[in-house]
Design a protein around this ligand. Structure first.
Ligand code: PMV
Length: 330
């Protein structure tokens, strides 16, 4: 039995996938249709405090200082239910979560949010579990959160059971000086979020081809990262993003996440790399923002060129980040 009546604060970083996760083979357990790889983003993080108390009569959630909306509250409550079942407790929790990046920038927060929530909730119970287990538990809240537990460059093994589906680091953050320069094309909240999107993935005739070929892209992207071979890395990352968006666009109903400016940026990024030798490539998640992955030395040039494409374009930028960790009590 775990103890209650304690609190803990954890921080987890957002991550950007190079070989993407899209579609679940098991919706409840969030077992993904394919394995994926990513890097953590050191500049974008969520800090969450969890306090369990037998005296609380319900779970309570604040995000950035305000009471959370109903949808977010229900999702966090479901995740706390999974943790209550796992650790055999029935106490409720008070959860306070802060993102250091403004909500509504279109930068996904579910990965960092559920990784920080899981680590804080488990630590507040005073139990110690291995990193693989923490990653499995984070996965239950949001698939990509599994990848925000380990440090640096991370692979999430799809697995075909709860036990087999977890993420682990395959290279430290310092291994390669990549930077994610994010072009904030739209600040609008996405109309169809990734949880709903995963549900429709199998309706595209391209999904089976995408998942069947994912292991080859994982091998290729991992080997490019381990050898620091940017040219090879860029071609796999862009192809994988295009494949995922081809599935999205051909699902029923179709999901069109690209905006006209997203496409202009993608074309420009390829031109900058192929014609001018700038080490940069693009990848897009379930939204129009373009993640321009580049070497640290090219980050300022990439940001300036992006501003040149669209005046006033907001940009966020982040090097490779650490795994989730506990912050000292204040
Ligand atoms: O963890 P979710 O349900 O938010 O899904 C993430 C899906 C993508 O961001 C589009 C791809 C990925 O692998 O991160």
């Amino acid at each position: 039995m775990a103890e209650t009546g304690k609190r803990a604060t954890a921080r987890a970083h957002s991550n950007i996938a190079f070989v993407k996760y899209w579609g679940n083979r098991d919706r409840r357990l969030r077992l993904p249709a394919n394995s994926s790889i990513s890097m953590n983003l050191s500049s974008l993080h969520t800090t969450t405090t969890v306090e369990w108390r037998d005296q609380f009569t319900q779970d309570n959630l604040t995000i950035n200082g305000s009471a959370a909306a109903e949808g977010a509250r229900r999702r966090v409550q479901n995740h706390l239910d999974a943790l209550r079942a796992r650790f055999e407790i029935d106490a409720f929790a008070r959860v306070d979560s802060q993102n250091n990046f403004p909500m509504g920038t279109g930068i996904a927060s579910s990965a960092s949010a559920f990784a920080a929530l899981t680590l804080a909730a488990v630590s507040a119970l005073g139990v110690q579990i291995p990193e693989h287990e923490m990653s499995r538990l984070a996965r239950l809240g949001s698939g990509s959160a599994a990848r925000s537990i380990p440090a640096g460059f991370v692979e999430w093994h799809a697995g075909d059971s709860h036990e087999a589906s977890f993420a682990e680091s395959f290279a430290a953050a310092r291994h390669w000086d990549l930077v994610d320069v994010i072009a904030i094309v739209s600040r609008e909240h996405k109309r169809v979020g990734s949880s709903a999107g995963h549900e429709t993935a199998a309706s595209s005739i391209f999904q089976s081809a995408r998942t069947a070929t994912a292991p080859e892209r994982i091998r290729s992207a991992k080997s490019a990262i381990l050898r620091r071979d940017f040219e090879r890395f860029a071609s796999v990352v862009e192809q994988d993003s295009n494949l995922m968006h081809a599935v999205m666009m051909t699902s029923a109903p179709p999901l069109f996440y690209w905006a006209p400016l997203s496409l202009r940026i993608m074309q420009a990024v390829r031109r900058w790399r192929q014609e001018e030798g700038l080490e940069v490539c693009y990848t897009l998640d379930a939204g129009p923002n373009v993640h321009c992955i580049c070497r640290a030395g090219a980050a300022d040039a990439v940001a300036n060129r992006l501003r040149g494409l669209s005046q006033g374009l907001a940009i966020a930028s982040s090097p490779v980040g650490p795994g989730a960790y506990i912050l000292p009590a204040v």
